[in-house]
Each structure stands twice: as C-alpha cells, then as structure tokens.
Design a protein. Sequence first.
Length: 568
Amino acid sequence: MKLSPKPGFTKPSGPVALIIMDGVGQAPDTAWNAVTQSRTPFLDKLMSGEGPDGATALFTELDASGKSVGLPTMGDMGNSEVGHNALGAGRVFDQGAKLVNKAFSSGDFKSDVWKWLMEPLTDGATLHLLGLYSDGNVHAHVNHVFQLIDGAIDDGAKRIRVHVLADGRDVSERSALDYFGPLEKRLEAIRESGVDVRVASGGGRMVCTMDRYEADWGMVERGWAAHCLGDTENIQTFSSSVDAVQGFYKDEKMTDQYFPPFVVVDDNGDAVGPIQDNDSVLFWNFRGDRAIEISTAFEAEEGEFTHFDRKRVPKVRYAGMMQYDGDAGIPKRFLVSSPQIERTVAEYVVKNGMKRFSVSETQKYGHVTYFYNGNRAAKFDENMEKYTCVPSYKQREQTRPWMKAAEISDEIVKDLDEFKPDLMVVNYANGDMVGHTGHMIAARMAMECVDLCLARVIPEIISRGGVVVLTADHGNCDIMAECGKDGNPKPGSQPEGWRAKVSHTKQQVPCVVTGNGIENYELNESARWGDDPDCKAAGIANLGATVLNLLGLEEPSDFLPSILKAKA
Ligand SMILES: O=C(O)[C@@H](CO)OP(=O)(O)O
Ligand SMILES: [Mn+2]
Ligand SMILES: [Mn+2]
C-alpha cells in the first residue's frame, strides 16, 4: 500500500487536519439559516479567502448529498454515515439505502438468513419486524418494511408483529400520523386476508432503542421493555400506534423523536405482541450506528450482557437488515451485505508510516473512527494511531448548544504537541446535533461556539507547520424552518413563528483549505465526484485524494481527483 510522492506537493512540517463541522451546509442567507445568521467572524474570513496571520485560504463548495455520497437519488439528503464514508474512502460507494433497494428488486433479500427466519413461522411462531418507521432514508425506509411483510406472507408467515420507532428527525418533527396512519390501514387490509399482523409497540427514536456509541443504554432498555417484554405495568398502553400518537400529541410541545415508549394492548389490556421463545426478529434499519446496541441486546447470551437487566431473554432467531458492525460481527446474521470499503485514506496514511489522530465527542466518535475508516472500528496500527472520545452531555442539545466543542479543542491543542499526528480528523457535532432540535437560537449559538473553537485551534495547527481542510459532512442548521412552495417558512410553534425543520439538508457544504504551503496550490476546477449526468461539481469524496496529496502522497488510481492542483 505504499504510495509514491505527489509531484508538486510537499508534506508540511505540521499535521494535515481534516476538520468536519457536522451538519453545516451552504444555504441562502435567510432568517432561518443559523450558519449565516450567527456571528462567526473567523469562519467568515476563511470563506472570503483570508486565512489566519496572512495565510492563503482557498474556498469552494462541495456536493454532499444524493448520488455524490452513494445514495439512490439526488433527492436524498446526506448524512453522517455516508458523508464520513465518502471523506474517508476518497471514492463513492453504493450505500445501504441503495444496496437494500437492489436486494428487494432482485429478490436477493430472500437469502439463507431469510429462510432461517421463516422456518419457525410455519409452526405458529411470530415474525417480529422492528425499526425506524419513516421515509427519511437515513437509517431506514418504509418501503422496505412492506416488502418484508409481503415477502414473509408469501413464505407462509401467519402472525407478524411490527414494532415502530417514530422518526421526527429525518422527516417533519410531528409527522408520525402520516406514517403510522397508512401503516395501520394497510395492516388492517392484510388482516382481512387472514394474516394476523399488528403494530405491537413503539416509541421515539431518541428515547427508545436507537442509542449510538453507548451514549445512553437506558434508551435501549426502554425499547427492550416495550418491544420484547411488552411491559404494560411500566409503559403507557394504547389500542394502536395511531392512538398512541394522538395521546402524545395532547402535549403540544411533544415531537416524534422524543415519544416515550408505548405498548399496544388488546381489549383485555394484554400486550398484543411481546416477543416469545422460537419467534423470529428482524431489525429493518440499514444504517449501523444506532442499530448495534439493540442487536447486542437480542444476541448476547445470558451472563454476557451487563448494560441493563433484560429480565426475560426469549430464545429467538435474530437478524439485521445489514451487518451493523463488521469488526465485532453484530449481528451474526443479516439479509444484505454492507458496502465493502477498503483502502481508506486512514489506512494509506498509517501504512505509509504516518501517524493519525481522530477526536470527537461521544455522539460523533464513531463517525471519525468507524465511518471514516470504511466501517471499521479497530485501528490499522495501534502504535501509529490515537482515537480520543470526549464524553457528550446526556442532556438535550438545545440546553447545551456548546456541547463538548471546547473540550475537543483542548484535545487537539494537547496532541499537536504530545502525539504529533500527521493526519488529524476532527468532528465538531454542534451544527448537526443542535440543528436536529429545531431551536434557532440554540443553533446560532452552536455555530458561534464552533467559530470560537476554530479561531482557537486553526492558528495553533498552522503555527505548528500544519494545514487545515475545513468542511462538513452534510447540511442541517443552514435551514432551520420548514418552507412551503413559495420558499417561506410554514407557520408553526417556534418562537419565530415558523415550523421547525429538524432534518439534514441537501445543500452543498463549504470547504476551506488553509495553512502552510497553500500558496503553491490552486483549486482544481475540473474535479468531479463522478460522470453521472447529475454531477456538476466536486463532492466531499474528492477530499480523500486532497488529504493524501497535502500529505505529499499520490492518490491511488481509483480515487476521485483532488480538489487541489499544484500551481504551474
Ligand atoms: O442522528 C442521526 O442518527 C442522524 C440523523 O438520522 O444524524 P447524523 O447522520 O448526522 O449522525
Ligand atoms: Mn453528520
Ligand atoms: Mn445529523
């Protein structure tokens, strides 16, 4: 994996730092753009081509959504998984959303694992389908659920229970009825054809089941109690998922991602679908980070699981839509193979004798390690790499929009002198995590806080002889209001009078390159992320070659071209 020197590029004496402002896109300057509406003097200067202490800054805008990051259509917003995969791979790989679509259209999802799941069903066992129920297409898609239900019925399933996590984060924040309503109707129609299929439990994705990076196992415990135990003593009960949503909406401030867990009960008050011995369970999310813990809860043997008291552990056949952690082999069985991302920037860096450092806080830790490494948690070389995780606050981000940006900055400054990395990969979570709350004031503060931290760390990096590539993985806080066809915000309950938009955006993302030696380079205006007719610009995947070039290395021949070229 040795790379030759890149003609015209010289490795700086300090590190090449890839700094990712999560969820910070380039959108028009409106009252609902937290990026432009916040006071960010340092960032503004960088984007106008002025680096700190007279350094040159090159500024451009990159694609970070749709096909540029391996998603099915240009209408798909980017997300952290595909964004960090692209940044780390330097190439565009077909991602989970696309691979699962392909498996359904070819019929390949009916694999040996599928048959194994179906086997007990002809003897009266129940098939439980569980996952995020929306068309956000970041973690999951409703279409996949119907294909699973139809496929299972074709293969003889007589009793199916569906456990639904409300989204309100990749889609409108109070849209659960738009999803659960049609679902209940469709299941009713299937029941008329003689198959016993019902929604059995659920909850909000940020309260139940979908924790990530072990930030809060309590979420998984609440989900387990609802889906698996059907615990009607401790959890609110309803007659259907629609009934549950209507109940929760009595609180006008309640939004879908924060629904408490719920259990659906019959006329006698008994849970309609607790999970029992011999049942089969399929988790339908395709994205890994928020699916690993619940999968562990289902698969770990008694005595091996210490995160919470599972109380009852049914002996089930469990599978995921995909494998969520390839290193740890979680889950053991899955329907569709994950993208095989090999030879990432990080691996090349380490195998070319350079040191690599990654740092973020809990909520984004796996992004700069696992996702950046091409879905691999383990280090390529223990001695050459250092990964630092600052524990995130457990409270909601609107109450602490500064998050752990200052502490991440402390780690950067410390390791500039201690670990002395050649490549540094940093993620500031604020723009994204606060953007997801829909709170404009908090999102502005999040951006100002990121600016303050950049104004501190970037001069430090440059004064150690380094170079900075500052960018984002996708947009989010650049559009904080849901707008109608006329381009103006829809009325809603935010203090500004609009309806919050809490999901990512499809906007391009900013990219600034500044620091030592940049005056020798210029933007490579012909760089593109592909030859697709929809491709009109470079994308974040082009930054793989860019980072290698800045380290003085020639990019591998299958990498997308760098956004930089040496001046003639
Ligand atoms: O919170 C998450 O899981 C996603 C949105 O669904 O955000 P990101 O891709 O930025 O991690
Ligand atoms: Mn992100
Ligand atoms: Mn996000």
